[in-house]
Design a protein around this ligand. Structure first.
Ligand code: AMP
Ligand code: GLY
Length: 423
């Protein structure tokens, strides 16, 4: 098969690495890819949201399947674009329909879906510019801290957690009236604060049946001890040690089954990954968010633990035969540590030469924000390289990643030295 993978992050390098291990994978294109995918596949300089260019490439190169990494093209309807085009309709897209992608594209849609399907989640209400004063009153009925979420996609920055009522009311006005996050905050969801420890559950579905992939926990803050600004993720471990069989059973019964049943009941076409963000409150799972794609850097620990053939699973998803597929998981732990550009998640410089990649031993260096310049890998984003390792437990895996990171360098490189500290 000829496959086109959309995206350019560590997630896509990990997906490409895994798909290429499949005997079913002939040629693999990555649009636009990074220096890591360039070394193993064929990068094509197309934006994942330029559907016309994607169409041309697919038809000109005999692409048989499209796998979508990031949320943007899904929320913009790449699945439906293929389905509604006479020349593309028989080429499967791995990812949900635009309707399904609303689970990530609209926080309010996700909350309504959760409540309708009796899936445990924080109590909430949503407000617009017209009802901003009601929103301020609603905040008065809640206890601190206050959780405000921009309804739409806001590049991971749309959730604010505030300690004082006054601050929360000011921020609500700024989101709704001053369009702090542009159109994304034309509507704001205000939620009850859930106090607990976070983890993520990943599911692959064909819309009828599902397979639960390994759990993961990521570390979002830039600073050690989970301090400072939110990032896309500074590291991750899989499995999550506290997600034992009993807790996983609760996740499957209370969250995964009703999620898949809810998609089916509402006739929402969904052939792809569901990333369920959870908080463990006491001994019970609560959903804080859905994403309609794999996580980054969670993919860099989840996918390496998958022993099954990923392309075979995607074919089963496309043919609505996932119930006939088997999933086997590597019992070892995996951990990844993200090396980032100094300054990230605020301003940072690009174009720094990355050295030492050829010396990495016993770990996998998944590229994220990198590109090739004169044949050399240079930095091209905030998150640069995710160094993934296996171990008998997550501590052993993390130790190996740190040993290999010692061999890598670029100007102003930074990484967290405490991944897994809370486990
Ligand atoms: P989200 O983009 O919805 O995942 O929110 C970003 C982060 O905000 C999450 O990873 C949590 O750490 C936190 N968060 C979101 N919703 C809640 C909530 N209801 N209670 C506590 N923390 C939350
Ligand atoms: N690491 C969090 C995410 O991919 O959304």
């Amino acid at each position: 098969m000829t496959i086109l993978l959309l995206g350019s992050g560590g997630r896509e390098h990990a997906l490409a690495w895994k798909m290429l291990q499949s005997p079913l994978c002939g040629k693999l294109f990555v649009a636009p890819g990074n220096a890591g995918t360039a070394a193993i596949a064929h990068n094509v300089n197309i934006s994942p949201t330029d559907f016309d260019a994607i169409k041309q490439h697919v038809l000109a190169n005999g692409v048989n399947m499209v796998v979508v990494g990031p949320e943007d093209p899904l929320v913009k309807g790449v699945y439906d674009f293929f389905k509604n085009d006479p020349e593309l309709k028989d080429i499967p897209v791995i990812g949900p329909s635009q309707h399904g992608a609303q689970l990530e594209g609209s926080k309010e849609f996700a909350k309504k879906f959760l409540i309708k399907n009796n899936i445990p989640t924080a109590a909430y209400d949503s407000f617009t510019k017209e009802t901003v004063e009601e929103g301020c009153k609603f905040l008065e009925t809640l206890k601190a801290p206050y959780v405000l979420k921009a309804d739409g996609l806001a590049a991971g920055k749309g959730v604010l957690i505030l300690n004082s009522l006054e601050e929360a009311q000011d921020e609500l006005r700024s989101m709704l009236v001053d369009a702090k996050f542009g159109d994304a905050s034309a509507k704001v969801v205000i939620e009850e604060f859930l106090d607990g420890i976070e983890l993520s559950c990943f599911v692959l579905t064909d819309g009828k049946s599902y397979k639960i992939l390994p759990t993961a926990k990521d570390y979002k803050r830039i600073g050690e001890g989970d301090a400072g600004l939110n990032t896309g993720g500074m590291g991750a471990v899989s499995p999550v040690p506290f997600a034992d069989a009993e807790f996983m059973q609760k996740i499957e019964e209370r969250v995964v089954k009703p999620t898949i049943a809810g998609l089916k009941n509402d006739n929402i076409e969904y052939k792809g990954f569901v990333f369920i963000g959870l908080i463990k409150v006491g001994n019970d799972p609560f959903v804080i968010e859905y994403n309609v794609r794999m996580g980054d850097p969670e993919t860099e620990v989840v996918i390496p633990r998958l022993e099954s053939d990923l392309v075979e699973l995607f074919v089963a998803v496309a043919n609505s035969k996932l119930d006939e597929a088997t999933l086997t998981i590597d019992p070892r732990s995996a951990a990844t540590v993200m090396m980032v550009s100094g300054g990230y998640p605020e301003d940072y410089e690009k174009g720094k030469v990355i050295t030492g990649l050829e010396n990495v031993e016993g770990s996998i260096a998944f590229h994220a924000g990198t590109t090739l310049k004169d044949g050399q890998a240079v930095t091209a984003g905030g998150r640069v390289i995710a160094v993934t390792s296996y171990g008998n437990d997550f501590k052993e895996a993390i130790k190996k990643s740190y040993q290999n990171i010692d061999k890598l360098n670029f100007d102003k490189m930074y990484f967290r030295k405490d991944i897994g500290f809370d486990l």
